[in-house]
Write a protein that binds this ligand. Structure first.
Ligand SMILES: [Mn+2]
Length: 293
C-alpha cells in the first residue's frame, strides 16, 4: 500500500498500534509520550488535552479548515466521552466542545444515541465482581485495590474509584498474558503518574507494554500470574513512595466485639441454667439466673 504519510492518533507507543509499525509517523496524542515520540517527523502531543479529538479540532481550527457536521460529530463524541462529559475538563476543552456543538447543525439529532451511557449487563457485573474480588491495601490515607474481571475492566476500575479507592488495579486474562487497567485519584497522581511511571515499570518488569495518562492507563503484560503482578506492584509502590502498605482485611469493630461477648455470656448462662434445672442446687439460687436473664 502506498502512502505519503502515516498519522498516528491517540497511541503513544509502537506496541499499541502493532502490527502497524510506521518508521516516521505524524503523531497526534494526549497520552504520556512513549517510544513513538522520538521517531515522529511531526507531532502535536499535549497531555493537558481532554481527548485526541480535541487536538484534531485544534489542528482544524489553526488551519482554518471548515468543520463539516460530519466531522464535528465524531470529534464532539470523542471529546465528551474521553472527558466524562467535560467533568473537570480544562477551559480549552470546554471551548472546543462549544465550537463543535455549533458546527453540528442538523447532525445534533444524532448525538443522544451516540452518547448513550446506559450500562450493559456485563458492565454491571464487572463492577460488582471487581469490587467483591478486590484485595485492599492501605498506607495512611492512600487506598489501593487489586482485582480481576473477565471483561469491562474500565467499568470495574471506575466502581472501585467510586468507592473511594485511590489506585484501582484491574487485571484480566488475555491470550498471551495479563491486561492491567489502572485508574488513580488526584491524591495518587500528586505522587506518581500511571502512564509516566507505574505502568511502564510493570511493562519493564514483566515484558510487554504499558502507558497512558497520569490518572488512567493500561499495561499488556507477558505474565500470567496476578499474584506476581500484585506483589511486584505493591513492593514497587512502597519503594517509590516511601510508604509501607498494610493489607486491609475485615476487622471486627470494638462495638461488635462487645456484642459478641454479651452473646457468649448468654450462652454460658443458658448452659448454667440447664445444669441447674437438671441438678437443682448445683449453681446456687435459680432466681439469680432468672434476674440476670
Ligand atoms: Mn484518550
Amino acid at each position: 500500500m502506498t502512502h505519503d504519510a502515516v498519522v498516528v492518533l491517540d497511541a503513544p507507543s509502537a506496541e499499541r498500534i502493532a502490527p502497524v509499525d510506521p518508521s516516521s509517523p505524524i503523531l497526534v496524542d494526549h497520552h504520556e509520550p512513549d517510544n513513538l515520540a522520538s521517531r515522529a517527523v511531526a507531532s502535536l502531543v499535549d497531555t493537558g488535552a481532554g481527548a485526541t479529538a480535541e487536538l484534531v479540532f485544534r489542528l482544524a481550527d489553526a488551519g482554518g479548515w471548515e468543520l463539516s457536521p460530519e466531522a464535528a460529530l465524531p470529534l464532539l463524541v470523542g471529546l465528551l466521552d474521553d472527558t466524562g462529559f467535560l467533568m473537570g475538563a480544562a477551559p480549552r476543552s470546554v471551548t472546543a466542545a462549544v465550537d463543535l456543538v455549533r458546527a453540528l447543525n442538523d447532525r445534533s439529532a444524532d448525538l443522544p444515541q451516540l452518547l448513550d451511557q446506559s450500562r450493559a449487563s456485563g458492565e454491571q457485573s464487572a463492577r460488582a465482581l471487581g469490587t467483591l474480588r478486590a484485595s485492599g491495601y492501605r498506607a495512611g490515607d492512600l487506598f489501593v485495590a487489586v482485582t480481576h474481571v473477565g471483561g469491562y475492566e474500565t467499568a470495574a476500575a471506575h466502581a472501585l474509584r467510586d468507592a473511594g479507592i485511590d489506585l484501582a488495579v484491574v487485571c484480566s486474562e488475555q491470550a498471551d498474558g495479563l491486561r492491567v487497567t489502572m485508574r488513580a485519584s488526584k491524591a495518587f497522581v500528586e505522587h506518581r503518574s500511571l502512564g509516566g511511571d507505574i505502568l511502564p515499570a510493570l511493562a519493564e518488569e514483566f515484558g510487554g507494554d504499558g502507558g497512558g495518562h497520569a490518572s488512567a492507563g493500561v499495561a499488556e503484560l507477558h505474565e500470567e500470574s496476578i499474584d506476581e503482578v500484585e506483589a511486584f506492584l505493591i513492593a514497587h509502590l512502597e519503594s517509590e513512595l516511601g510508604l509501607t502498605f498494610a493489607t486491609v482485611a475485615w476487622e471486627q469493630s470494638s462495638g461488635l466485639k462487645w456484642l459478641g461477648s454479651i452473646h457468649r455470656c448468654r450462652i454460658l448462662l443458658i448452659l448454667l441454667w440447664t445444669a441447674e434445672e437438671a441438678c437443682p442446687g448445683l449453681c446456687g439460687e435459680p432466681t439469680f439466673f432468672g434476674l440476670l436473664w
